[in-house]
Design a protein around this ligand. Structure first.
Ligand code: UDP
Length: 393
């Protein structure tokens, strides 16, 4: 079993209401060291290594790294998490069933010895040989058009998949962080949304397969924490954008950018007066990393509180991309939340975290990524992997 990091109480039974540690200094470069934790693969974490003996054969034992399992690893967030954990010195076991994810997002990692990939659906029993220090459960369709097309898979990965991974965490003595979402607040009647708000979700609506799967995931995760004393972490992710979003996943950032690049008009759903608050992916990953190393078991919002209407956002995209296209209006999908803004007081207090990349900069980087895609990718309307799953109308 891998040694526990000093920064984190082993077997801690902290809950959402437990008193947070007042300070947790984590920097991008050497977070683990600053928290007093042992950096994976460091001499301290592997015990004594073989010393060179003069004139004799020198046996150098391989450095043992702490192992982390990342599900949904070929997706937008999962792939960025793989990059981050490799950078921090972990051995990454990436898992994905590739329904919505793409190997392209992680193909730059396949040559590494500290990276391995399992093609597996976590809704089925999950087996990983060897030790695991951490599990990050990020497998799930995350875009409204995706989860509407594959609703059963969405419900299964949030419920059965989470159950399998919690069981795995228990068996391995691993800490688990699950990806929750601002969608647990539904179409919120409280603004901005803090973790203490219980939400306003339609249990049988168009988004219910995602919202309720994630709410069940939270309940199941907390039950494992309270009943089994499992070390759990829960991040409620608000709208996030950046490189490696799937261009045709229907979410507003890739939708508008794809339209601008193809010379199509930008489609605003409804009047465009609904709001969202967009967080750049690097900021989100930093928040998740800090949360994992914290001792807080309950849900924590991570997002950028800078709120904007969808119409203003479309105008910003027109300006950024220099397109001459118009804004056109389409019906608002049902249960589309009218406002969304994270209250990040808790993340600031617990993790010393807030978003650093402003929208202008983040969008510039994201547009550069979308511009670099091939014509074929730019024109791909349907996600090829859906065919075998989605029901023919
Ligand atoms: N939206 C839009 N045009 C599009 C795609 C999305 O106006 O082509 C709107 C959508 O109705 C929602 C907001 O943009 O109000 C954000 O949608 P997204 O699918 O990105 O994620 P959500 O925050 O709704 O989960």
């Amino acid at each position: 079993m891998a040694k526990k990091k000093k920064a984190v109480k082993a077997g801690s039974k902290s809950t959402g209401s437990s008193k947070p540690k007042p300070k947790m200094a984590v920097s991008k470069k050497s977070s683990a060291t600053k928290t007093g934790a042992v950096k994976p693969g460091s001499k301290k974490s592997v015990g004594k290594r073989a010393k060179a003996v003069k004139g004799k054969l020198r046996i150098v034992k391989p450095v043992k790294k702490d192992r982390v399992l990342i599900t949904g690893a070929a997706g937008f967030l999962g792939s960025h998490l793989c990059d981050r954990f490799l950078k921090e010195g972990y051995h990454v076991i990436a898992m994905d069933n590739l329904i919505t994810g793409s190997l392209k997002n992680i193909e730059h990692l396949f040559h590494r010895e500290d990276f391995e990939f399992y093609h597996h659906d976590v809704s089925k029993f999950v087996h990983v040989p060897g030790e695991l220090k951490y599990i990050l459960h990020f497998a799930s369709p995350a875009s409204p058009i995706d989860y509407e097309k594959i609703p059963i898979q969405t419900l299964k990965v949030g419920s059965l998949g989470t159950h399998n991974l919690l069981g795995l965490a228990l068996a391995k003595g691993a800490r688990i962080l699950v990806a929750s979402t601002s969608e647990v607040y539904g179409d919120p009647q409280v603004h901005p949304q803090s973790e203490s708000y219980w939400g306003h979700v339609n249990p049988v609506g168009k988004r219910s397969m995602y919202d309720e799967a994630k709410r069940f995931q939270e309940a199941l995760t907390m039950s494992y924490h309270h009943y089994h004393g499992l070390e759990t972490r829960m991040v409620r992710i608000f709208n996030t954008y950046g490189p490696r979003m799937r261009l045709n996943d229907g979410r507003v950032v890739p939708a508008f950018m794809g339209q601008a690049l193809r010379g199509e008009d930008l489609t605003i759903f409804g009047k465009g007066n609904q709001t969202r608050s967009f967080c750049y992916v690097d900021d989100l990953i930093e928040g998740i990393y800090r949360l994992l190393l914290s001792d807080h078991a309950g849900p924590v919002n991570v997002g950028n509180p800078k709120e904007i209407t969808i119409k203003q956002f479309a105008q910003e995209i027109l300006k950024l991309t220099g397109t001459k296209q118009k804004l056109i209006y389409k019906p608002l999908p049902s249960d589309d939340p009218m406002q969304r803004q994270p209250d990040i007081t808790l993340a600031k207090k617990l993790l010393g975290w807030s978003a650093k990349v402003d929208r202008a900069e983040g969008m510039k980087r994201t547009f550069a990524y979308f511009k670099s895609l091939s014509q074929a990718e730019l024109n791909e309307k349907e996600h090829f992997n859906f065919e075998k799953y989605s029901r023919k109308k």
